[in-house]
Each structure stands twice: as C-alpha cells, then as structure tokens.
Design a binder for this molecule. Structure first.
Ligand code: HEM
Length: 235
C-alpha cells in the first residue's frame, strides 16, 4: 500500500470512528433525541461500543481468510474507540441514570445480571486499553501481550449477553451481533486447530515463513524476539 493510500485509509477510519459521536451531538443540538433522551443516548452509545468492538475483532479473521495484513493495523484504534464509547455509555449510567448514588449502583450491579455482565465486559477492556501503547507491547513481549489481549473475546461474549438480556422482544440486532462473535471465534479456533495439526504432523513443524492465513495474532512482527507476535498499530 502506498503512503498516500495509507493516509487516506487512516483518515477514513478516524472519520468513521468519530461519526457516531458527531451524529449524536447533531441530534442533541437539533433537539432530536426522542421522547426519552437518556434511554436514547445510552442505547446509542451501547450500540456503537458493540459495533466498534466487533469491527476490531473482525480484522483478525479477515486477515486469516484473505491473507491481507494491512487492516490489522487498525485493530488497536477500533478497540480504543470501542472502549471510549463504552466508558461514555457507563458514564451516562453513573451520572444521568444514578447521579453518583454509589450504593444504588452497587445494588444494581449485584442484582441485575445484564448490568453485572455489562460492567464485567467494560472492566475487562481496561487492561486492554492500558496495554495498548507500543511501550507496553514491548514491555510485556508479543506473546504475553497476545495472551492478555485474548480477553477481548470474553468481553465480546459478555457484551452480546448484556445486549441479549436487555433487548426488547421482536428485535433481531442482538442475534446478528451474536452470530458475528460466533463466526469470529470460529475462524480463530479453526486457524488454531490447523496450526496444531500442522505442528503434530509426522513431517514435524513446518519450517520457513509462516502462512499468514493460518496465523492468529501474529501480525506486523517486529525484529525483536521480545515483541515478536505483537501487533503494529496505526493511530
Ligand atoms: C462493553 C461494554 C458494553 C456494551 C458493548 C454494551 C452494549 C449495550 C447495547 C448494545 C445497548 C443497547 C440495547 C438496546 O438498544 O436495547 C446497551 C444498553 C444499556 N446498557 Fe450497555 N453495554 C456495555 C456496558 C454497560 C455498562 C458498564 C453498563 C452500566 C453499568 C451498561 C448499562 C446499560 C443500560 C442501562 C442500557 C439501557 C437499557 C435500556 O434501554 O433500558 N452497559 N448496552
């Protein structure tokens, strides 16, 4: 990919990630937040958390299936935007829904399963966001970093559960997200199984460069063995 195309794609991804908030802002100033603005804002931010999370997760299967390495560079950015929207979604719940009534919030977290899984999903994103810098990737080493970042799959499953639990009857969006998570996980598991079979074949592990379509997380590998396997990000 040329430098110019890379910059154009980067601008497009940043624009796409900022559009949901811009649209929400536009609806707010146009007094177009429906009869129940709090619910509308909460749902909007929750949905975009989900979509951005799934978009970041989908990049690895895209690479496995197509062999294209470049989209993976946007995974960290999409993940951070998902976390940002999730934090705002949580913020609305803390500030607007409960107005810092910590005891009531604690009760809600314990008593309502959809809140319990929502909070767990968001809390699990915190270490991922904190370790998303190049310095942290170097410090942890690629292998450990990849292991830690598999938590994102737990987050995705919990986020889907959260949505399924509270979605109104008659809607199908939540099943679509569940299907996407299942496909993403399925592709990853199949790629891992293929690697295991290749390793245990009588001809022994393959030598030579790895096939990018069978690899899970190894992308943008660095020359350093400590960071081998860690993603190179564009932000
Ligand atoms: C990764 C984290 C999370 C994701 C992906 C997520 C996703 C969603 C989605 C998609 C909706 C929209 C449901 C709809 O349109 O019917 C929603 C609604 C909601 N979420 Fe979350 N959520 C997350 C975390 C949280 C947290 C931490 C809380 C608060 C403790 C929370 C509380 C709520 C509430 C109160 C609603 C609105 C329910 C209603 O409409 O009455 N969520 N969430």
């Amino acid at each position: 990919m040329t430098r110019r195309t890379r910059i154009a794609v980067k601008v497009a991804v940043w624009t796409a990630c900022l559009t949901p908030l811009a649209l929400l802002g536009w609806r707010a100033v146009s007094d177009d937040l429906t009869a129940n603005p709090i619910d509308f804002i909460t749902d909007w931010l929750g949905r975009w958390t989900m979509r951005l999370l799934l978009a970041s997760l989908a990049l690895t299967p895209v690479r496995i299936l197509t062999g294209w390495g470049w989209p993976i560079a946007f995974r960290r950015l999409l993940g951070l935007f998902a976390f940002f929207h999730g934090t705002l979604h949580f913020g609305v719940w803390i500030v607007v829904d409960h107005y810092f009534a910590w005891a009531r919030m604690g009760e809600d977290i314990l008593k309502r399963p959809y809140i319990t899984v929502g909070v767990t999903a968001l809390v699990l994103m915190v270490p991922l966001a904190l370790t998303s810098t190049a310095g942290m990737i170097r410090r942890l080493g690629g292998r450990n970093w990849n292991r830690l970042h598999r938590l994102v799959y737990v987050t995705a499953v919990l986020a889907v559960l959260h949505f399924m639990w509270l979605a109104k009857t008659g809607r199908i969006e939540q099943y679509l997200y569940a299907l996407i998570v299942a496909v993403v996980l399925g592709v990853r598991v199949a790629a891992a199984a293929r690697r295991m079979v290749a390793r245990s074949s009588p001809r022994g592990p393959r030598t030579g460069p790895p096939d990018p379509r069978t690899l899970g997380e190894v992308e943008g590998t660095s020359a350093s063995p400590r960071t081998r396997g860690a993603p190179r990000a564009i932000d």
